[in-house]
Design a protein around this ligand. Structure first.
Ligand code: Q46
Ligand code: ZN
Ligand code: ZN
Length: 313
């Protein structure tokens, strides 16, 4: 059933109830219940298709307090996967961003009887990510932040015995990164961009992205229907990031031609699987161990995180 000509109410393609979302790229309009069921099915499809993890494994979900990661945790919990959350407090003061995000993650965990692990970077490591970036000359906040988050996620997954670290990257996120990597023909990043990054060392857990088949607006609608109380504000450092620019371009293309983002990203994954993009994964195998923290590293001496932390003293 399409629209109702009398009232212009949009109708669910599956049951005829009032629809909450129109997804022209899938030729679907869905009511709240069917949207929740469909979104969950798509996440399960990604888990199965890319062999992300099994019901027997424990998953560490990286939660930021935003809609995607909380919706991901919600979906994994509803699907019966054993999961715990990890919130990394980065020390971003702007309008209390980090504190408010932690509160949102904690509220979600409490409401669902789930465990949230919290690592406050300032408390555990003596300075916040923002301070470290400021003190290290030329250190761009997001690259410092990314390095710190990767280090902590790996540490927490290893110490907690988790099989995989799941992040809430959606199709829009992945397509935007793909566009930027393609513009630069960055072979290294292209070869590593995938819904599954296998573990290449016992101390480095597998990284998985179960939401890669879902558009950002589908996740926003899911969070709304499921009444997930998330922080709407983006990280203030995300402003002006190239990925936001790339998302805008892709949205323009999508408006002209629904399904373009989906084709762009899924086509890339097929090409990657078919060997079109050479993998240089073997070049990345860490052979040494950091003298300070014990995490694997490529060169001898300190790992990138410990080097950064020393340089920011
Ligand atoms: S949290 Fe960190 Fe992002 Fe904020 S400082 Fe940049 S990298 S934008 S995903
Ligand atoms: Zn319906
Ligand atoms: Zn180290």
């Amino acid at each position: 059933m399409a629209g109702d000509p009398m009232t212009h109410v949009m109708r669910c393609t599956q049951c005829g109830a009032e629809a909450v979302i129109n997804m022209p790229q899938h030729r679907l309009k869905l009511c709240g219940d069917h949207l929740v069921a469909w979104t969950t099915k798509m996440a399960q499809k990604a888990i199965d298709r890319y062999e992300l993890f099994t019901l027997e494994e424990r998953i560490l979900v990286a939660v930021s307090g935003g809609k995607d990661s909380l919706a991901l945790w919600d979906i994994l919990h509803r699907l019966g996967y054993a999961s715990e959350g990890l919130y990394i407090h980065l020390g971003i003061d702007h309008e209390g961003y980090s504190d408010r995000s932690q509160d949102a993650a904690q509220r979600f965990a409490d409401e669902h009887g789930l465990t949230l692990n919290v690592v406050n970077v300032q408390t555990v490591y003596g300075k916040s990510v923002i301070e470290a970036a400021r003190r290290r000359r030329g250190g761009r906040t997001c690259s410092v932040c990314g390095l710190v988050k990767r280090h902590i996620m790996n540490r927490m997954a290893y110490e907690g015995g988790f099989a995989a670290i799941a992040t809430g990257h959606n199709l829009d996120d992945e397509a935007a990164v793909l566009l930027m990597n393609t513009l630069h023909w960055d072979g290294h990043y292209l070869s590593r961009q995938a819904p599954l990054l296998p573990s290449i060392h016992p101390r480095l857990a597998r990284k998985v992205k179960p939401l890669v088949l879902l558009y950002e607006r589908e996740m926003a609608a899911y969070a709304l229907v499921r009444q997930i109380d998330y922080v709407m504000q983006e990280c203030p450092y995300a402003e002006g990031a190239s990925s936001i620019f790339a998302k805008g371009i892709l949205n323009q293309i999508e408006r002209q031609s629904p399904g373009s983002k989906h084709q762009f990203y899924l086509g890339f994954l097929r090409a990657r699987k078919g060997g079109l993009i050479a993998s240089d994964a073997s070049a990345d195998l860490p052979s040494e161990t950091c003298a300070q923290c014990g995490q694997p590293t490529m060169a001898g001496g300190l790992c990138a995180f410990c080097r950064l932390w020393e340089a920011a003293e």
